[in-house]
Each structure stands twice: as structure tokens, then as C-alpha cells.
Design a protein around this ligand. Structure first.
Ligand SMILES: Nc1ncnc2c1ncn2[C@@H]1O[C@H](COP(=O)(O)OP(=O)(O)O)[C@@H](O)[C@H]1O
Ligand SMILES: CC(C)(COP(=O)(O)O)[C@@H](O)C(=O)NCCC(=O)O
Ligand SMILES: [K+]
Length: 246
């Protein structure tokens, strides 16, 4: 069984594949928590491992050590590439494009083989444009929902609320009548506005002839703004399989 990990700035997403079948998975804060989750699932027998990380080299190395020593497996790590699986990296310095963005757009192009717009909503929100011939045109980065709300909380005196009321506030999108509603709904509208701007730009490039992919922990929150979008939570893992075949 293959253990796959996507180490973002906030969370580690993981899953276990038995052949093509997903037999386990979850979202954890740390390598220790991942090891604990795996040990608590005796039916999962890890024989190899691959990962992508946007964390520092030190953090990534220590995660690799934790996993490889606990399960005695070699860990393959995705690395930057100029060209992969028919996609050409569009950054001036290809190695500086976030690896999660790179793998998500490689995964999207593999699924569609058409022009695509890839939106990844996590700690940061990213948009990437890939033309029909596989040329990556570049993209955009802005703060994601957790960063937006934390900036308001830490740089104002009177915006304070708890996580539970934040979740409840997002159940409707009428103008907020409490601070938590006003902030949560306001930040969500910023995200949806960002998404709509990306759709407009994609339309300018490609008319209707493109596909939109949504991924990342907060993708569900903007899915209603993209009726024809494909919500593919494991997009990075699809690219990871191309980057690190076993
Ligand atoms: N099961 C979950 N655990 C943690 N966060 C989640 C979960 N489901 C959705 N989220 C949302 O996902 C966001 C983080 O997205 P993610 O793509 O994991 O970020 P990153 O890749 O930057 O670590 C959080 O803001 C949170 O709102
Ligand atoms: C843009 C990101 C911070 C997104 O990270 P995430 O929200 O997935 O944790 C990450 O892809 C990154 O560090 N990129 C390097 C800078 C760049 O892509 O230009
Ligand atoms: K992201």
C-alpha cells in the first residue's frame, strides 16, 4: 500500500492506496498525528510513500524521517520540474512555483486535456492557468479564509469570536448583524469575488472552451460560484502520482 501526503502550510492531507483503491485517509496537524492515525489502522500496511510539501526543507526532512523510520519505507518527494506529463511550467524560475500548485495543475491537465483554470483554496488561495497545449501561463496568489480572518482578528481591537460561531455564521450570506457574521460572510465574499475574477480572465483567454477545477480545504465554500466547476479534492495527489511513480 502506498502512503501519500500533501503537506500544506496548515494541514497534512494523507491517504493510503491499495492499487488504485483509496483505503484510508484524513487531515492531520503533524507527522506524529499521522503516525498515530496509521498505527490505529492495523489493516493499512504501508510499503511505500510519496509526498509533496510546501513547508521548509527542515520541516519536510523531519517529516520524512518520522515516517520512514516508523514504517521502514523509502519516501519519494516531489521536486520541481520544467516539464511534466505534457505540462510546461510557466514561471520564470520554474523551481519557485509552489509544488502543490504545480501538481494540482498537472493533475487537472491530466484529467481534462483541455485549457484549465485551477483554483486551490487553502491557507493561501491560488489560481493557475493552463492552455490547451499544456503551457502553464502563470497564476495568482491571495490570502485564504484562515489568513483573512486572522488578520482582522489580530489587527483590530474589537473583532473577537470563537470557531463555532464562525462556522454557524457561514450558513447564510445575508448582510451580517453581528461581528462574526459580518467578518465571516465578508471574507467569503472576497473569496467568491476572487474566483469570479479568475473566471472572467479565463473567459477572455478561452471563451467557453476550458474547464475549472476546484480543490483545497475551503473549495466547497466557493463551489456555488462555479456551477460547471469540477470539485476534485485529491487533485494534488493525482499530480503526485505522475511526479513520483512507484
Ligand atoms: N477536515 C478538515 N480539517 C481541517 N481543515 C479543513 C477540513 N475541511 C476543510 N477545512 C478547511 O480547509 C482549510 C485549509 O485548507 P488546506 O487545503 O488543507 O490548506 P493547506 O494546504 O494550506 O494546509 C481551512 O481553512 C479549513 O477551513
Ligand atoms: C502559494 C502557497 C503558499 C500555497 O500554499 P497552501 O495554501 O497550499 O498551503 C504555496 O504554493 C507556496 O509556498 N508557493 C511558493 C510561491 C509561489 O508559488 O510563487
Ligand atoms: K492553496
Amino acid at each position: 500500500m502506498i502512503l501519500e501526503m500533501d503537506c500544506g502550510n496548515s494541514f497534512i492531507k494523507w491517504r493510503v492506496l491499495d492499487g488504485l483503491k483509496v483505503v484510508g485517509g484524513g487531515v492531520v496537524d503533524s507527522g506524529q498525528e499521522l503516525v498515530a492515525a496509521l498505527l490505529a489502522s492495523p489493516l493499512l500496511h504501508i510499503t511505500s510513500c510519496r509526498l509533496v510539501s510546501v513547508r521548509s526543507d527542515e520541516e519536510t526532512a523531519s517529516l520524512i524521517t518520522v515516517v520512514s523510520s516508523r514504517f521502514s519505507v523509502a519516501v519519494k518527494c516531489a521536486s520541481p520540474a520544467k516539464v511534466m506529463a505534457g505540462v510546461t511550467n510557466g514561471y520564470e524560475h520554474f523551481e519557485r512555483l509552489g509544488l502543490d500548485r504545480w501538481l494540482a495543475l498537472v493533475g487537472a491537465y491530466e484529467l481534462s486535456r483541455r485549457a484549465c483554470l485551477v483554483l486551490d483554496l487553502g491557507t493561501a488561495v491560488t489560481a493557475d492557468f493552463v492552455a490547451r497545449d499544456g503551457q502553464h501561463l502563470g497564476g495568482f496568489i491571495c490570502p485564504g479564509l484562515p489568513l483573512m480572518r486572522n488578520q482582522l482578528r489580530t489587527h483590530t481591537r474589537r473583532i473577537r469570536y470563537d470557531t463555532l460561531s464562525a462556522e454557524q455564521a457561514l450558513q447564510r450570506n445575508t448582510p451580517g448583524r453581528t461581528t462574526v457574521e459580518a467578518v465571516e460572510r465578508g471574507c467569503l465574499m472576497m473569496l467568491r469575488g476572487f474566483v469570479l475574477s479568475q473566471l472572467e480572465l479565463a473567459g477572455d483567454y478561452w471563451g467557453e472552451d476550458y474547464e475549472v477545477f476546484l480543490t483545497g480545504g475551503d473549495a466547497d465554500l466557493v463551489a456555488c460560484a462555479v456551477p460547471d466547476g469540477r470539485l476534485v479534492k485529491d487533485l494534488v495527489f493525482i499530480g503526485l502520482a505522475a511526479a513520483c511513480p512507484v
